[in-house]
Design a protein around this ligand. Structure first.
Ligand code: ACO
Length: 361
């Protein structure tokens, strides 16, 4: 029995390779550094989907933009019905209203839907009318345009693209595994995506970046970091944005996002004081975690810089996990197709540790 399946290899994949000892992420043969900040979200989706969808066009920018328009027409009439739900739950509920199919058009709709829904739901929360998508925009530029109601500046668009690409795929993480389990039953893309969304929501997976900012707010100033962190660890709490199942060194996605933050900072969009506090908290946390568990190194993970980058781009903290889903959807769908194509049901066994029936029964 392997608790948490830590030692189990449960799938073969051509999609991504996570090297936890070297701190390296490869997506379809390319290191993360060759993708983040260099290609768009649409280009990484095209890379991930090669060989998994018949008739896949080389350039997905227009097809994804057309799917945003489709998702808007399908889902905008239902926005009010989810106005009382938290943002993530509202997004998940509305995505489930899209047509349920297994073709390229369905995959395009699923990738487009979070990009339309995050800004629309945020504007609804703020009492503002949602803005319709623009079929001539890129996914990242349109998300920001629909959020702000005006054209996004190139710096923020590039930062969001770098984020969406950085989180597009990452081995057999919990949400991707959930997607593959569901796909293995033959249930199709929609059910796989909804299962993955459910897994992503938890704070041990994609739900951590909001709490990262809560931690920075609670610490308040760099000189308080050491004391606050020590108190959290001695109370048995986990530090959000640190630790990883696979990485024993720094998560390479943290570096990619930190670099995107620095590039965005050059346009004045990143508050210097915020970044200085974050760097001081990161240093203090790494120090404290080294002393806390010397035999199990816990380094900075993707969520720490996700929080800072998405905040600087202009998303509120309850949108961080939904934006993560917008980036990861392309990876989930590629994995779902890859698993379905094996034709093999995922069905592990459990070890029964309950009471034995009485001999006479
Ligand atoms: N802060 C303090 N202690 C930690 C942390 C942390 N961030 N992470 C792990 N530990 C401790 C655990 O308490 C545990 O201690 P114990 O053996 O005394 O019980 C030990 O290290 C091992 O922890 P596990 O949960 O068994 O290790 P696992 O590899 O499963 O943990 C995880 C990975 C869940 C991400 C963990 O590091 C964590 O909870 N981090 C904080 C939440 C977070 O940042 N989540 C985002 C992850 S990135 C992503 O999924 C996109």
């Amino acid at each position: 029995m392997s608790n948490g399946l830590e030692t189990v290899v449960a799938a073969e994949t051509v999609l991504s390779d996570v090297d936890g000892a070297a701190g390296r992420l490869v997506i379809r043969g390319l290191p993360l550094g060759a993708l983040a900040g260099r290609v768009t979200a649409e280009q990484v989706a095209s890379l991930l989907w090669q060989d998994f969808f018949a008739g896949l066009p080389r350039d997905l920018e227009r097809p994804i933009a057309a799917a945003r328009v489709f998702a808007w027409c399908e889902l905008e009439p239902h926005l009010a019905s989810v106005s009382r739900l938290p943002l993530f739950d509202a997004m998940r509920a509305l995505i489930a209203r899209l047509p349920d199919g297994d073709g390229l058009a369905d995959a395009l709709n699923l990738v487009a839907a979070p990009a339309v829904l995050v800004p629309a739901l945020l504007r609804q929360q703020r009492g503002m009318s949602p803005v319709a998508p623009d079929a001539a925009s890129s996914q990242a530029a349109d998300m920001l345009r629909m959020l702000d109601g005006r054209d996004a500046d190139p710096g923020r668009t590039a930062a969001l693209d770098a984020y969406l690409v950085t989180v597009s795929d990452h081995g057999l993480n919990a949400s991707t595994f959930a997607a593959r389990v569901v796909a293995s039953t033959g249930a199709g893309l929609m059910s796989s995506a909804i299962a993955a969304l459910g897994a992503l929501k938890g704070p041990l997976h994609g739900g951590a970046p909001g709490p990262v900012l809560d931690m920075l707010d609670a610490i308040g100033s760099a000189d308080e970091a050491e004391k606050w962190i020590a108190a959290e660890l001695s109370a048995g709490h986990r530090l959000m944005g640190f630790g990883h199942r696979i990485y024993r060194v720094r998560d390479p996605r943290a570096d990619a996002l930190s670099a995107a933050l620095v590039r965005l900072g050059k346009s004045g969009a990143v508050e210097g004081k915020r970044l200085a506090l974050a760097r001081a908290v990161e240093d203090a946390a790494l120090d404290a975690l080294r002393r806390h568990k010397p035999d199990r190194p816990q380094a900075t993970n993707v969520e720490f810089y996700t929080a800072l980058l998405l905040e600087a781009i202009g998303f509120p903290r309850d949108a961080f996990t939904p934006v993560f889903a917008a980036g990861r959807m392309a990876g989930w769908l590629a994995h779902a197709r890859e698993q379905a194509m094996t034709g093999k049901l995922i069905r592990p066994r459990s070890l029964y540790v309950g009471p034995t029936p009485l001999a006479a029964a």
